[in-house]
Structures are given as structure tokens and as C-alpha cells.
Design a protein. Sequence first.
Length: 397
Amino acid sequence: MTDFAATRAHFAIPEGLIYLDGNSLGPLPVAAAARVGAVMRAEWGARLIGGWNEAGWMDLPARVGDRIGRLIGAPAGSVMTGDTLSIKVWQALAAALDLNPGRRVILSDSGNFPSDLYMAGGLARLLGEGFRLVTVAPEAVAGALSAETGVLLLTEVDYRTGRLHDMAALTAAAHEAGALTVWDLAHSAGALPVDVAGAGADFAVGCTYKYLNSGPGGPAFIYVARRWAEAVRPALAGWLGHEAPFAFEPDYRPGRGIERMRVGTPPILQLATLDAALDVWEIADIGDVRARSIELSQAFIAAVEARCPGLALASPRDPRARGSQVSFRHPEGYAIMQALIARGVIGDFRAPDILRFGFTPLFIGMAEVKGAAAALAEVMATGAWDRPEFRARSRVT
């Protein structure tokens, strides 16, 4: 059984703050600063360029990828870290379409994260010749699969509402229709049990700065099913995905398996942060985390609905149908969230009217849930949000 008091000690949470935004940016792992400092001093500082060989920098993206793989049900050697999530979405989509010639539709849903849709639309425009992105309501995805669908692109957990797709069922439906799948795990990895291999997913991607706590701009990851590992032809044929990058050959030869999904030089300092952040999973069980997040989120919903009648639940009421976040709607959602933040309760806002709260049991407990609900009730009851400084929009919401 996971000791959540022990996991909380892994994170630096400012005193007096209730942090319900780990679904957007995870807090600083206590060990990260020391780990990165050691890499800077003992590896980069003392060894300079020798760090690539002597400190194992070149192997770090795959080694950290295997640690993530254990959280998403991926076998060793099938996950690679590096680059950004948008790049990994593009990379996976291009590979999936190439593996499924003759099919030119990328199917997604209207709740998907905009960047994923931008990447899909941009790729379709680049390919031309009838390639196109089709989006439907989340509930209509299975019925929209057709003989034209080349790839199904879905984010498992909706970033606004927390709605949870059934990965296994939709992957099976896609395969039955002759399509491949790309799953975005940005709001899943580290939040709930995921089994990409068991679900039959073809590709999966995700960021690491949310529930995996790698810090702002932390590296992304990509999973490729073993059945495709030697067949994928990377459209982003970066030099580190070459079979022999230091041969400096003029023509590209893909590396073995997941190695070919490397693109550019890996961000060693951020990978060191991620590596340190993943240490908490040596004492935490993802099943326990999921059970506790449901307990916390259910308590929060009950408290808010009892005391804040002006807020409407935007997330699925059934906890099995949502991820580790809870969202409420209100026309003045932005100002309400700013007033709440001013009281030391950190959530975030998503246009047009969503107040979003993440429940990460690694560092959040029932005391924080009760405190957040009480603060929100006070903001709503007093109209404290109705002030010019809370209505002024910041660049990041």
C-alpha cells in the first residue's frame, strides 16, 4: 500500500499553498535540484563533451523511456524520450499514415487538445492529395470510423473536462475498421493505470511536465508497438535516429527499433530532472494513486456542489469515466479562478468557462481538498471574484 505521506516528502510545495494544478505543471521534486546540480558540476563541468560517453548521456533518453514505459504498460525498449509533445504527435501520425497507405483521413474528436489538431491539420495540408483531418464529438468517434480512416488520434483524458476515453475498446474498433491508433497520454501517464500494449495501441505519445513532474518544457515521449518497431519509416529523420549517427553518412538509415524515433540532441538537464522525478514511483503504486485520486475528487465535487450552487459540474460524474481532474463551468470562470489563486488555492482556467482542478495524491490529501472547497465557497458567496484585477487576463491562464 502506498504511503502518501512518504510520497509528499518527495515534492517541494510552498508552505500554505494548496496546489491543484499538477495536471498542468507538476511541482518541483525535492531531489531534482541536487540531481541536475550534480549533472552540471560532475558531468558537464568536469567531463565536458566526455559526458556523452563517460556519463551515459546518449543512453539517457531510452533509459528514462523504460521508466515511463512501466507506468503506461509498455515493454522495455518501446518508449523513447526527447523533443516536445507536438513533435511526437506529428512523428507518430506521419508514421501511422505511412504504414497504412491508401487511407487519407485522420480521425479525432472535438475535445482533443488544440495542438494535436493543429499538428494533424498541418500534416494533412503538407501531404495534400486528399489527406484531411476529420473531427467529431467524443461520443461519436467509434461510429465515425470508416474505410477512409488511416489513423485515429485521441487524447485519452480530455484536457478541459477530464472525460476518459476507453482506449482498449476504441483501439479495437479502429483496428476492425483497418485504422491505426495514436493515443496522447498527456493527462494519463502518472495519473491512472494505462496499458498501451494490452490495449493494442499502435503509437502513444505524452508530455512529462504534468503528472510526471519533469518541470516546465520537460521532454516528451513516444511509444511504438513492437509489431511496428522495425517497419516505421520516420518522416522526421533526425541524425540521432540514424543507425550510425557518427558515421555522418549523407543518406538516412533508420536505427534499430525505438532508436529510430529519436530526432535531435536530447535535453540532458531536463532528462536528469525527469529521471529524479520518476524516483517517487519506486515507492508509489499507480493503482493506489488512482484509487486515492477518485476518493479526493469525489469529496471535492460533493463539497463544491453543496456550497457553490452557481457552479456546474463539467466533468463526468462517474469517476470511472474521468481522469484525475475535476472541472466546473461558470461564465466568470477566469475571474473566479484568479480570486481563488489570490487565496493560495492554485487551479487553472480553460476557455471559454472552465475552472479546472487536478488531484494528485502524491502530494495532495483530504485536508487540501477541504481547504480548497472552503475557499471556493467563500469566493462564490461573497462575490470576491468581481474585481478588475481578477478580470484582467494574463498571457497564461
